[in-house]
Design a protein around this ligand. Structure first.
Ligand code: NAD
Length: 423
C-alpha cells in the first residue's frame, strides 16, 4: 500500500498510531483485509485563519479538522489550541478518537481539530475572533449528524459556546448539538467538565482492584493539573490516596505528605501554573518520571513516556489521562517490568462518553441530573474496562492491544457490512 504523501518520517504521533494498528492486526482474522482503512484518515481539512489583532495588525494561524473514520457514525473529537499543533498530531488524535468511541461502543467515528496558536498570548477578544473564523472555515464539514467538536487542550466551554453560536448563525437557527462541552445554559451537560478525570479515576480504581493495589495511602504522581489531571487527583484523594508529585508547564512540585489540591487549585487559578506554589517543594522536571509512587497519571500532552523514562519508572500502574503519552517501545519496557498501563483509549474516554450523553440530551431537548449522568458514566466505564481486561486475558496481550481488538472488530465489522462504495 502507498504511504501517505503528507506524512513525514519523523511524525511521531501518527507513526505511534500506525504501530498500534500493526500490533492489533494479527488478532483480527478475517477482518484484517479491511484494516488499511484505519491507516489513512477519511478527510483532512487544512484552513487558513486570518484574524485582526487588537493592535489592528492581521495575523494568520493554521487550523485543521481531520475526520479519521466515520464508519460507525458522525465524527467526534476535540479542538486543541496549542503552539505546537500540526497535521500529524491532529491525525493521530483523530484516529485515537475512532478507537476510543468504538471501545466505549458509542455511535460515533473519530475526528479532531486544532489551531496552531498559543491561546495564552491572545486577548479574550482575539481568541473569540480566532474561534469564530476557524469555525466558519470548517463549518461545511461539522454538524450534529456530521462531526461534533468538543474541548481539548487550550479550549474550554466558552470556546464551545462561540463555536455553537457561529455555526448556528450560519444555519439561521440554534443548533446546540453541533458541539459538546458547552456551558450548561447553552445545552451543555452536567458532569461534562469533570467527566474525563472521573473516567481516569474509575478505570484506575477498577484496575487497582484487579492488581490488588489498595488506594488507601497509595502515592500518585500527575503530569498536568488542568481539567483532566486535577479532577482525577481530587477523586484519588477522596479515596484516601495522596498526590505527592505534580508537573505542569511551569515546573514540578513535590510534597511527601500529599499536596493540598484545593489550595493548589486556588493558586493555579491566579498564577496559571503550579510553579511557585508554597505548599510543596520545586524539584527538577526529569525527577518526576522516576518518582517513588504507586500510580502515575500522565494528563498533559502526548509523547511523554520515552524508553529512558520507562526504564526508571517506579509506579506499578499508569493511567493515561492524556492521549498518546506512551511510545510503543517504551510500553514494551513497562510491560517487561510488570507495570500495568491503562491505555488512553479507555482511560480518558469519560469525556467523550458524557459528550455522547450531552449530544443525546440536545437531540431530545431533555436534560438529566448530574447524579444520573455520573451513574451512567460509571456504569459504561466499568463495563468498558472489564471488557478490555477480559479481552487481554483471553488473548494474552496488553490492555492497549485488547482495547484495539475490541474497537477494530466493531469498526471493521461496520465497514465490512457497509461495503466499499461503489462496489
Ligand atoms: P488542560 O488545558 O486543561 O490542561 C493541560 C495541562 O497540561 C495543564 O496543567 C498544563 O500546564 C499542562 N502542560 C502543558 N504543557 C506541558 C508540558 N510541556 N509539560 C508538563 N505539563 C504541561 O487540558 P486537559 O483538558 O486537562 O487535557 C489534558 C490531556 O488530556 C490532553 O492530552 C488531552 O488530549 C487529554 N484529554 C482531555 C479530555 C477532556 O475532556 N478535556 C478528554 C480526553 C483526553
Amino acid at each position: 500500500m502507498t504511504k501517505l504523501s503528507y506524512i513525514q518520517a519523523n511524525d511521531a504521533a501518527w507513526l505511534t498510531f500506525l504501530e498500534q494498528i500493526e500490533r492489533v492486526s494479527p488478532y483480527l482474522e478475517h477482518l484484517k483485509q479491511h484494516i488499511e482503512i484505519l491507516k489513512r484518515p477519511k478527510r483532512v481539512l487544512i484552513v487558513d485563519v486570518p484574524i485582526v489583532m487588537d493592535d489592528g495588525s492581521i495575523q494568520h494561524f493554521e487550523g485543521y479538522r481531520v475526520q479519521h473514520n466515520l464508519s460507525r457514525g458522525p465524527g467526534k473529537g476535540g479542538i486543541r489550541y496549542h503552539q505546537d499543533v500540526n497535521l500529524n498530531e491532529v491525525m493521530a488524535l483523530s484516529a485515537w478518537m475512532t478507537i476510543k468511541t468504538a471501545v466505549l461502543n458509542l455511535p460515533f467515528g473519530g475526528a479532531k481539530g486544532g489551531v496552531r496558536v498559543d491561546p495564552r498570548k491572545l486577548s479574550a477578544r482575539e481568541l473569540e475572533r480566532l474561534t469564530r473564523r476557524y469555525t466558519s472555515e470548517i463549518s461545511h464539514i461539522i454538524g450534529p449528524q456530521k462531526d461534533i467538536p468538543a474541548p481539548d487542550v487550550g479550549t474550554n466551554q466558552h470556546v464551545m459556546g462561540w463555536i455553537m453560536d457561529t455555526y448556528s448563525s450560519g444555519q439561521g437557527y440554534t443548533v446546540t448539538g453541533v458541539v459538546t462541552g458547552k456551558p450548561i445554559h447553552l445545552g451543555g451537560s452536567l458532569g461534562r467538565v469533570k467527566a474525563t478525570g472521573r473516567g481516569v479515576f474509575v478505570t484506575g480504581r477498577e484496575v487497582a482492584k484487579k492488581i490488588k493495589l489498595s488506594l488507601k495511602g497509595a502515592k500518585v504522581a500527575i503530569q498536568g493539573f488542568g481539567n483532566v489531571g486535577s479532577e482525577a487527583g481530587f477523586l484519588f484523594v477522596e479515596s484516601n490516596a495522596k498526590v505527592t508529585h505534580i508537573q505542569d508547564h511551569t515546573g514540578t512540585i513535590f510534597n511527601k505528605n500529599g499536596i493540598d489540591l484545593e489550595a493548589l487549585r486556588d493558586y493555579v487559578t491566579v498564577n496559571e501554573g503550579v510553579g511557585g506554589f508554597t505548599g510543596a517543594q520545586l524539584i527538577a522536571d526529569e525527577e518526576f518520571w522516576s518518582a517513588e509512587v504507586d500510580i502515575m497519571i500522565p494528563a498533559a500532552l502526548e509523547g511523554q513516556i520515552t524508553i529512558d523514562r520507562a526504564q526508571n519508572f517506579q509506579a506499578q500502574l499508569i493511567l493515561e489521562g492524556a492521549n498518546g503519552p506512551t511510545y510503543p517501545k517504551a510500553e514494551d519496557i513497562l510491560v517487561e517490568r510488570g507495570i500495568v498501563v491503562v491505555p488512553d483509549v479507555v482511560c480518558n474516554a469519560g469525556g467523550v462518553t458524557v459528550s455522547y450523553f450531552e449530544w443525546v440530551q440536545d437531540m431530545a431537548s431533555y436534560f438529566w441530573s448530574e447524579e444520573e449522568i455520573n451513574e451512567r458514566l460509571d456504569k459504561l466505564m466499568v463495563q468498558a474496562i472489564e471488557d478490555v481486561w477480559n479481552t487481554a486475558n483471553n488473548n494474552t496481550c496488553t490492555l492497549r492491544t485488547a482495547a484495539y481488538i475490541l474497537a477494530c472488530e466493531r469498526i471493521l465489522k461496520a465497514r465490512k457490512e457497509r461495503g466499499v462504495f461503489p462496489g
